[in-house]
Design a protein around this ligand. Structure first.
Ligand code: NZQ
Ligand code: ZN
Length: 386
């Protein structure tokens, strides 16, 4: 196991009826900017619950944050923060609203330079400060509610880039599983698949003798494979919704990443598919991940076989046969979750593969736990998924 440091200060308030507790967590004297998405919270009553809880508080609102939140929209919110001197941001929504709010929090205090630098020059730019934020989570999927990451798209250049800094860790996140009740099926499928791949990015690498980390990861995978079909069949089953929500948070709050290698190539390549074609984040992952397993079957061999055996009960055949069966089981699971896994299912052709390959080459990007997925490997992985 590798050396590590781990600190996650995000306070989680979990359970039925917990949204009313937002008033205990926000500073009483703050000007609170409530951020939200396209309006689902107004239809399902979550907005009203937040407003009721914050009666008497000084709040202003910024709505209209889109899925795969854009830099352009975030910068409008930054203007509003400055105009009203907002000093606390409350995100009410899914990963997109949480991510946008993190970027707004950092961009508002970034100074005179263009805050796009935070994303475009992620490893050179230090985010020195950010406004404090809280989250009322309405969609289990990304783990954004308990991590330091955010992913922002720039529509004008068709780019989708991530940044991370502890400065944007939420002060608190409220997780009420009843929010799942109103999710469209598509978002439930997406949430399960996204959380599943988050675990994989931190698990399906190479062994470093870390059995506890492996079993943490496998426990989340098993819970997701059990919970996924159940929550899709009945989204108003409270306990299933609760287990779904907590699994998604645990999948990407940093705990399973410590002491082990991490991959993240599926995400990096998937972001390009969203950038060029607007495909839902989780669906891009379900397309790319089987390709990574196939093309990187040698370097990932031991972990793929362990995953196949412990999650899908695959114990017979040669190593290559076991790997093939494990890839097929993984694809079957996505299909069971009503997610298509081939580029052709989304009308993506070889022309896009060329564009992504060129972009990867130009940026000089190297992905994966061994940093050996270059533009040629990206091309092979995507071609495998046509
Ligand atoms: O916009 P509204 O009207 O709120 O509707 C949303 C949106 O249309 C709707 N929705 C959310 N909660 C609902 C609801 N509808 C009914 N009832 C509810 N309770 O669902 C739609 C999708 O929402 P979105 O926030 O976009 O989904 P998700 O949580 O999957 O977030 C995806 C974004 O997170 C990024 C992705 O790249 C993508 O941009 N990610 C962030 C990560 C992180 N910060 O660590 C990691 C992930 O890998 C991911 O990259
Ligand atoms: Zn993801």
């Amino acid at each position: 196991m590798y050396n590590f440091e781990y600190k996650n200060p995000v306070k989680i308030i979990f359970g039925k009826g917990s949204i009313s507790r937002v008033s205990e967590e926000v500073p009483a004297d703050a000007t609170i900017l409530i951020t939200y998405g396209g309006g689902s919270i107004k239809k399902n009553g979550i907005y009203q619950q937040v407003k009721d809880a914050l009666k008497g508080y000084n709040t202003i609102e910024f709505g209209g944050i889109e899925p795969n939140p854009s830099y352009e929209t975030c910068m409008q919110a930054v203007e509003m923060v400055k105009e009203h001197n907002a000093d606390f941001l409350l995100a009410v929504g899914g990963g997109s609203v949480a991510d946008a709010t993190k970027f707004i929090a950092a961009a508002s205090l970034y100074g005179d330079d263009d805050p796009w630098n935070i994303l475009a020059h992620r490893y050179e730019v230090e985010v020195k400060d950010a406004l404090p934020i809280g989250v009322v989570l309405t969609l289990p999927a990304t783990g954004s509610e308990m991590n330091k990451n955010a992913v922002i798209s720039r529509r004008s250049s068709q780019e989708k880039l991530a940044f991370d800094t502890p400065k944007v860790l939420p002060q608190f996140s409220i997780l009420d599983p009843e929010c799942v009740y109103t999710l469209p099926d598509r978002q439930i499928s997406n949430g399960i698949a996204d959380a599943f791949i988050h675990v994989m990015e931190q698990y399906l690498t190479f062994p470093v003798d870390s059995p506890l980390q492996d079993r943490f990861a496998e426990s989340i995978l098993m819970t997701l494979t059990e919970t996924g079909p159940k929550i899709l069949a009945d989204k108003k089953d409270y306990n299933t919704a609760a287990n779904f929500m907590w699994s998604a948070t645990m999948a990407l709050n940093g705990l399973i990443a410590v002491g082990v290698p991490q991959d993240w190539a599926t995400h990096a390549i998937g972001h390009e598919l969203t950038a060029f074609h607007g495909i839902d984040h989780a669906r891009t992952l379900a397309i790319v991940f089987p390709g990574i397993m196939n093309i990187k079957r040698q370097s990932k061999k031991e972990k793929i076989i362990q995953y196949g055996e412990r999650i899908w009960g695959i114990t017979t055949g040669s190593d290559d046969e076991k790997i093939d069966k494990t890839i097929n089981k993984t694809i079957e699971f996505f299909e069971q979750m009503e997610i298509k896994t081939r580029l052709s299912d989304y009308n993506v052709t070889a022309a896009t593969i060329e564009k992504i390959t060129e972009r990867t080459k130009k940026r000089g990007s190297l992905f994966g736990e061994n940093k050996d997925i270059d533009y040629n490997a990206v091309k092979a992985i995507l071609t495998d998924r046509l």
